[in-house]
Ligand binder design. Structure first.
Ligand SMILES: CC(C)(COP(=O)(O)OP(=O)(O)OC[C@H]1O[C@@H](n2cnc3c(N)ncnc32)[C@H](O)[C@@H]1OP(=O)(O)O)[C@@H](O)C(=O)NCCC(=O)NCCS
Length: 328
């Protein structure tokens, strides 16, 4: 399936769910344009944050029709006080005061995260102006991690003309321990299935295949593989595997005979962020893959990040992915 086909399918499937999307950053022209497209195509009902008059004037000035888009002003909202109290109670053990909680809740990204937590939207997409760190912090501190998952991480859909891989984690967790690496593998596998419909085959990547080398870096990958098997016996996982043994059938057969994953892996888990971030960029820049993401995973609710260089199309596509993942 091409990237275009996959994204069309994701948009259509998201539209069928008739869910509500939060796009907090109304001060960004790209967000207003994306809100118009998402509303027009029926991908979801959009809420944005800001002063209603200012937002409508900004939209009018660039010829964007915001009919059907709801605008909430955090500063004027009756929810501000409730949200500040919730945040204060969640963070007071870390020294946060009620005044600091109120100031934090006036920030669109944090107010948006609390709206999601309180069920006022199904998914949120932000980060066209806020940094990845700020978006992740709002998600982690307001929403928290999914039950049974220790870490918030991310993956990219790496789309080639006839095959789509999921690469994790390439954007969030610098140096996961074995338990965290196992959680990254489980989350990426589950999301690969949701977004592509394919059965996940997970390769836990290393510079060694099945004992061809010995090193403490490999031990972490082996331990993580064992944890995945123990936590989720239903998943197909193998490790440690080199990249070629993971995806090339003839090499997989030779280096890991009898493995049901080697040679056919579609979920590729990197041992740390240096490998993951370099790896996805090589696949994208030299390998010609379309990289869709980073898709944030591990939070209780879909609270997604964007790259600050994102296009309007990127915002629309990420929104469709977030809406499709809501409730899963
Ligand atoms: C996720 C991130 C924002 C956390 O940074 P931070 O605010 O310095 O985190 P801290 O270590 O101070 O932790 C703050 C809290 O978040 C929690 N936390 C941090 N990272 C977490 C994660 N990935 N998942 C779950 N919880 C996490 C900590 O346990 C801590 O909780 P506590 O205060 O309740 O004890 C940071 O790892 C980051 O910026 N990652 C992005 C890396 C990057 O720049 N990528 C760019 C390439 S695209």
């Amino acid at each position: 399936m091409s990237e275009l086909d996959l994204l069309v399918k994701i948009r259509e499937n998201a539209a069928r769910k008739k869910r509500t999307l939060l796009l907090p950053e109304s001060h960004d022209e790209r967000v207003l344009r994306a809100a118009e497209i998402i509303t027009r195509e029926g991908i979801g009902s959009v809420i944005t944050l800001g002063n209603e008059e200012t937002v409508r004037a900004a939209a009018k000035a660039i010829g964007v029709d915001l009919k059907g888009v709801r605008i909430i002003d955090p500063e004027k909202s009756e929810k501000l006080s409730d949200f500040s109290n919730i945040f204060y109670n969640q963070r007071k053990h870390k020294g946060v005061t009620i005044e600091e909680a109120r100031e934090t809740m006036k920030r669109d990204i944090f107010f948006g995260a609390m709206m999601l937590k309180e069920g006022m939207a199904h998914a949120s997409v932000a980060g066209s102006t806020a940094s990845t760190g700020d978006v992740m912090r709002a998600g982690i501190l307001c929403i928290g991690t999914k039950e049974g998952i220790s870490i918030v991480s991310s993956f990219f859909l790496m789309v080639y003309p006839d095959v789509t891989y999921s690469f994790g984690d390439c954007a969030v967790v610098p140096d996961p321990d074995a338990i965290q690496l196992a959680d990254i593998a489980i989350s990426t596998a589950d999301n690969h299935k949701i977004l592509t419909g394919e059965e996940p085959y997970i390769a836990m990547l290393s510079f060694s295949t099945k004992g061809s080398a010995k090193h403490k870096l490999i031990d972490k990958v082996l331990e993580a593989t064992a944890i995945v098997k123990q936590k989720r016996p239903d998943l197909k996982v193998d490790g440690e595997l080199q990249f070629d043994a993971a995806i090339v059938e003839s090499i997989g057969k030779k280096k890991s005979p009898g493995s049901e994953v080697a040679g056919r892996a579609n979920v590729l888990i990197f041992p740390d962020l240096q490998a993951g971030n370099i790896g996805y960029k090589i696949a994208q820049r030299l390998g010609g893959a379309e990289a869709v993401g980073p898709v944030v995973q591990g939070l209780k609710l879909p609270f997604f990040d964007l790259s600050r260089g994102c296009s309007v199309e990127d915002i629309v596509n990420t929104s469709a992915i977030a809406l499709l993942m809501a409730g899963n």
